[in-house]
Design a protein around this ligand. Structure first.
Ligand code: NAG
Ligand code: NAG
Length: 416
């Protein structure tokens, strides 16, 4: 009896101390957004290859998933790296239909309380926006029929079928024109849908680079478009996490969260907009800006001191779930109890079941869209310092040039 009682009370303890994560909250400073879709770690097979969306949603340490990316808008196309291999072409359209993602969006929303956004753009986006405001408005209406609430028109190509996303994320990284009417039209379509369905909220977010004002999203952010949240890319830039100096305390030189907090309060159309600290999920996720351990803890503590702070954004799922302990510690620093029932290390160790499935290359049903990640990392190649061989190893075995796989022990070889 005693042990059963003990287990029972332990279970209820876990149950009652679990943070109530239910999608994006504009009143919370402990939101966690993790991008999914680009398999940016670049593993084609093995436990660290990008898994299907619902696999990650079972983790309770984050509540928002921007799915990356809708890579073109005017003639819409998607790229989900290896997850695209599980989709089938839609006749008469450049889009593909993804039954797993359709099912997983619904599971993520209904079972795991996640907010699912479709991220538009990415670093490979080259359309440059729209040549006129009328084309921008038409594109917003078109995108909404494709990803917003389903209508009776069965000719509309719907990559996610009956699933309805919770909004859009803008990740523009090059010069774009006429984005204000695009953003404003999407926002107004979302507001109309929200009031007609009795309140299901839709969200609009953006991922500017840290230099202020953002070169691409700047005009929209300059009080023109109503955003619920922005997650700043504090990486690959001089103002990234690496520029945070603990010794100067509240006076930071290059690390500019303060500038963005001031934007939120004095420039943003939504004065209650949330500003997230965007971080790389591992040392290979970005060229610069990766911080972990107590340094990350200090940066989160500093950023939390601003009232606009909304939480942390991480690029991306494939990187952070291969970086054991990082998500736990980030969530710990945020002040949200890490879940003992389902940690990042559990995710990695249980994923071997999917390891035998080959997810790169041209399997049957491969859509017309390239299966390669839109990010610069080559699929299947192992990054420097990562494991490439060893007893029981099922991950990638070919190193990214110019590195070679160096034997260290029967258990472990790494690319160097
Ligand atoms: C693709 O489908 C297979 C088979 O259902 C599944 O195991 C795998 O996780 C899927 N991959 C992605 C990246 O969605
Ligand atoms: C249905 O959708 C198709 C494709 O977007 C469009 O061409 C057509 O005009 C729509 N039909 C109606 C009745 O709205």
């Amino acid at each position: 009896m005693a042990p059963i009682k003990w287990i029972f009370s332990l279970a209820s303890l876990i149950l009652f101390t679990a943070p109530a994560l239910a999608g994006f909250s504009s009143s919370s400073s402990t939101n966690v957004a993790i991008y999914w879709g680009q398999n940016s770690l670049g593993q084609g097979t093995g436990p660290n290859a990008q898994q299907r969306l619902s696999y990650y949603c079972a983790n309770t340490e984050f509540n928002i998933v921007p799915i990356a990316f809708l890579t073109t808008i005017s003639n819409p196309t998607l790229n989900f790296a290896n997850a695209g291999n599980n989709c089938t072409a839609i006749t008469g359209s450049s889009l593909f239909y993804c039954p797993q993602i359709e099912q997983d969006i619904q599971t993520c929303q209904q079972t795991y309380g996640k907010s699912i956004l479709l991220s538009v753009g990415g670093s490979t986006y080259t359309e440059g926006g729209f040549s006129s405001s009328a084309l921008a408005t038409a594109a917003a209406n078109n995108i909404w029929t494709i990803f917003g609430p389903q209508t009776s028109n069965t000719s509309i190509p719907r990559p996610f079928g009956s699933a309805v996303i919770d909004g859009f994320d803008f990740d523009f990284e090059s010069t774009v024109s006429n984005m204000i009417p695009f953003g404003q039209t999407l926002r107004s379509l979302m507001n109309t849908a929200q009031s007609s369905t009795g309140g299901k909220p839709y969200f609009l977010t953006a991922a500017p680079q840290c230099p202020y004002p953002d070169a691409a999203d700047g005009p929209m952010l300059a009080g023109a478009v109503y955003f619920d949240a922005i997650w700043i890319q504090f990486y690959n830039n001089y103002c990234g996490l690496q520029s945070y100096t603990p010794s100067t305390g509240t006076t930071q030189n290059n690390f500019n969260f303060a500038t963005w907090d001031n934007w939120a309060k004095t420039v943003s159309l939504n004065p209650n907009v949330k500003v997230f600290l965007g971080v790389p999920g591992s040392s290979t996720a970005a060229g610069s800006g990766y911080e972990s351990g107590s340094t990350l803890g200090q940066i989160i503590a500093y950023s939390k001191s601003f009232s606009s702070f909304g939480g942390v954004m991480i690029w991306d799922a494939s990187q952070v779930f291969a970086n054991a302990g990082f998500l736990d510690s980030a969530v710990g620093y945020l002040g949200q109890a890490p879940q003992t029932t389902f940690s990042t290390s559990t995710v990695s160790s249980t994923s071997s079941a999917a390891a035998s499935t080959t997810v790169t290359g041209s399997g049957t049903g491969t859509p017309t869209t390239s299966s390669a990640a839109a990010s610069s990392t080559g699929p299947g190649l192992v990054n420097q310092w990562n494991q490439c061989a060893g007893q029981g190893w099922t991950g990638g075995t070919v190193c990214k040039p110019p590195y070679t796989c160096v034997y260290l022990s029967v258990w472990y070889s790494q690319c160097e």
